[in-house]
Write a protein that binds this ligand. Sequence first.
Ligand code: FES
Length: 546
Amino acid sequence: MSASVEVRFLPGPFIAEVEPGSTLLAAARKARAPLEAPCDGAGICGKCLVRLDPEALTALEAGVEVGGGNGQGALVLACDARVRADIAATIPDRGDKNLAIVDHGLATARSLAPHIAVVHASNGCTMWAGQELIASLPNRVANLGIAVDIGTTTLVVALVDLESGDELAVASALNPQTAYGHDVLSRIHFAAEPDGLATMQRALIGSLNALIEQVCQRAGVDGGHIHEAVLGGNTCMLHIAAAVDPAPLGRSPYRPSLTGGSHLRAAELGLGIAAHGLAYLPPVVSGFVGADITAGILATDLHRSRQTALLLDIGTNGEMVLAHAGELWATSTAAGPAFEGVNIECGMRAAPGAVDTVSATDVHTISDAPAIGICGSGLVDLVSCLVRSGAIGKNGRFEAKAVPPVGNWDEREGRCLLRLSDGVVLTQKDVRQVQLAKAAIRAGLDALLAGAKVRRQDVERVLVAGSFGYHLRPDSLAGSGLLPAKLAAKVEAVGNTCKAGAVTLLSNAGTRRELESVAARVRSIELANDAAFGRRFVEQMAFGDA
Ligand code: FES
């Protein structure tokens, strides 16, 4: 076997020894460097770029495509570049430390009745989880807990005082698992690799522990006084957090091994809270409808709704729950990563410099920074503007004879594109990605309504959850066709209901039993078994209100 080579990633450094011929992406994963690979190394997302000094290019095997780095070295795709000698690569700053993450959400008030009770005595205290004694301590302690939203892309941790019910601090970050793929399917694939599941679990818990430290510092408390964590997240994220193989979620019949509604020892997961601390996993409905959605049901009180109401969380999956006549129906549709900026030429997350709002009179960027890309809400706004003006036809094609209400037509290699600013363009391929995402969501919605035998016009409330939904304008939801105009007019943005529901589960133990029984009666509509889904999907590819 030939001698290994050393690959360093900066800032860090993160260092790995790999076999010559290994890709920089493989080295980054071995070094646990925070390099994103949304397409899991397929060479199509263009997001695994690293910067190299020009002389470092000689340490790569021939044939790698090299781009300009604006005078700061060369840019290569880490999944395309194979190393043959020691090398250092810089991971460009994507502004992920300043991501606009929605960390608050609507929550129905409940009384304070936590699962953990602290009983003080003259010689210390005892800690009880229901009837079970979990610790006897020689000192007095506070009763603190954390509510966690493990999103596929982002993490949110809230520190809660369980004696007052007050939320003391909140912190958020990018989910480090984005280095192993953008969506749950890529994570499931990576988990099947040697040490893959353990690697992702360690990365996740490491980031959660860093966020726990942050919230403790901000609140001026000791993490040893946190006795319980509630971990919200989709079904795959819960499996990874608990180090349970998510492989069954990736193959028919897509049944989860972990169904939630259970307490684990936090120390066994590696969570940095009190040694005797517990971790509660809320119940899931199915492999596709997870604890993020059940927590959302609880936060919005959807299960007690007297109205016909829809809860919708749009991300890489469009998860939706319909409440009607005392029953709940749920489904999930694969929307793809377009709304998170992946597979979009100038796509990016909601970080400074991202175009986040577009109208005929204004193009706004986050933090008013110079435009460097476009995030999901900006993309939906832009497409909506262009569809409404006729600059994009019903079939999704650019109509170059129409005057665009924003930006200008331009051309590259004989193909028409819309130039929004010097560095931000919208291509025909980008519009196609939006059409695919929109068609998946609308076909899923139609299947849900058909399953529940509810007409669109009978839906009285539309609760849009999640970061992406929080920034969407109802007008653009209708204009882009993501929602029928009649439903878009009823939209209420409810924010991060996963975190809000996790706070409720932390503060009131009775809601755990309530939610476990609700989750068991949700009727799940599996789109893989829905014969009409394909037809609906094709019909919904067109723009215009269908
Ligand atoms: S292009 Fe390299 S991971 Fe997607």
